[in-house]
Design a protein around this ligand. Structure first.
Ligand code: UD1
Length: 418
């Protein structure tokens, strides 16, 4: 298994280009199942999760060719309707095929994703929503069996906002008969980007980006061409990289219009962030950050996907910070690893109390999930000595060529194959 070695203490300088967003690309890939013909997706990031989704699409009988950052996807008149455990287990977002398969094929058999390192993460809201649209759903032997002759528009209110749940229902309702109104829907930019993609395919969706979305079902959708917007979480991670190393990084293709909450928080920590254009941001810092309190929330609040990275920064702050995690119940797996590097963090229920220290020390650490891995990389960039990060496959799921991008900024980082 690969590991990453970082010799910390080098301020990062230079430019980095932010890649297309994984969480925008996955639902748009799933949406291709809704329309027969040739689809084109550009600015696709080269990531393990995208490859896994490609394997799933191919297993469903879809043709997918990737050349550089462009995918050509060929969908026939019928596709298979089964997403097996082997694939869903490695990537929860595989559940995104449920809505489109049901809507176009009239049936879907999709493995239940089960738990993961950051909590139990049920899909009950996806299933309740599809049932409200008229699907007959049963759970057997670890699989969801869903059937419907034609889905029927309805009004459905989510008990809690869910990103992929909203996306699944958007896709299903696009081909339903009549009007669907989704209340308490997720407002994340990736939901908006999926709605825009579906509208390019002929769907009639209004209100995406607010918590009430209206979908007027159509009889069929056409293939289309899509551009994947840059990744706000990758951008936020490079902002913290500049801050934690007291360097200066120019982020190109940075989607800062979707990053108000993390930018505000980083500024509160004393990080300088200048918005130079729609997509160019200069980030710099000197000295230790200030302690701040933060609570993760659905968009437009502070994203849970940036919590671990901010924690790495706050572990070096002057003073005590309190980080409250409200989105996932068990998302502090990185705490124990940061503590091994000298951080002083105590978890109290859904909060982590971070008492800033003046330095971190390199150590062997283990990545537990995607964003936890990013926080360990960031801590390693600032730490004295060498940090050895094991289980880096988590990182490859969501960060495109991270060692290469960081090396170009001056980091002493290398991947070691074992
Ligand atoms: C998506 C993102 C993930 C991000 C998360 C929250 C993708 C591919 N992944 O994950 O990176 O961390 O949003 O911003 O876009 N829940 C239920 N029942 C459900 C669905 C969700 O109880 O049916 C709960 C979850 O356990 C969690 C909360 O709702 O506590 C939010 O989860 P959700 O928005 O669904 O996250 P994902 O869509 O899985």
């Amino acid at each position: 298994m690969d590991k990453i070695l970082i010799e910390g203490g080098v301020p990062l300088y230079g430019e980095v280009r932010i890649s297309g967003a994984k969480n925008a690309a996955l639902p748009i890939l799933a949406s291709t199942l809704l329309a027969q013909g040739t689809h084109k997706i550009r600015n696709l990031p080269r990531l393990r999760d995208i490859e896994t989704f490609g394997v799933l699409l191919r297993q469903l009988g879809v043709g997918m060719e990737v050349c550089g950052d462009t995918a050509r996807i060929e969908v026939g008149p019928r596709t298979d309707h089964r997403a097996p455990y082997d694939l869903v287990r490695t990537m929860r977002a595989s559940v995104l095929v449920l809505g489109p398969l049901l809507a176009r094929m009239g049936r879907a058999v999709v493995s239940l994703p089960g738990g993961c390192a950051i909590g139990s993460r049920p899909i009950d809201q996806h299933l309740k929503g599809l049932e409200a649209l008229g699907a007959r759903i049963s759970l057997r032997h670890g699989y969801v069996y869903a059937r419907a002759s034609r889905l029927q528009g309805t009004t459905f209110c989510f008990d809690i906002p869910t990103v992929t749940g909203t996306e699944n229902l958007l896709m299903a309702a696009s081909l339903a008969k009549g009007r669907t109104v989704l209340q308490n829907a997720a407002c994340e930019p990736e939901v908006v980007q999926l709605a825009e993609a579906l509208n390019r395919m002929g769907a009639r969706i209004h209100g995406a980006g607010t918590d009430v979305i209206t979908i007027d079902g159509v009889d069929y959708l056409e293939p289309a061409e899509h551009w994947i917007e840059a990744d706000r979480i990758e951008a936020g991670t490079y902002m913290v990289a500049a801050a934690i190393t007291c360097g200066e990084i120019l982020l190109r293709d940075c989607p800062h219009r979707f990053m108000e909450a993390p930018i505000r928080k980083l500024r509160e920590c004393g990080v300088q962030i200048e918005l130079e254009s729609d997509a160019t941001v200069r980030v710099s810092a000197s000295g230790r950050p200030k302690a701040v309190d933060v609570t993760t929330q659905p968009y437009p609040g502070f994203p849970t996907d940036m919590q671990a990275q901010l924690m790495a920064l706050l572990s070096l702050a002057r003073g005590t910070s309190v980080i409250r995690e409200t989105v996932f119940e068990n998302r502090f797996m990185h705490v124990g690893e940061l503590v091994r590097m000298g951080a002083r963090i105590e978890v109290q229920g859904a909060s982590a109390v971070v008492k800033g220290v003046s330095r971190l020390a390199g150590a062997p650490v283990m990545a537990t999930d995607l964003r936890a891995s990013a926080s360990l990389i960031l801590a390693g960039l600032a730490a004295e000595g060498v940090t050895e990060i094991l289980r880096v496959y988590h990182l490859d799921r969501g960060y495109e060529r991270i060692e290469e991008k960081l090396s170009r900024l001056g980091a002493r980082i290398q991947r070691v194959k074992e």
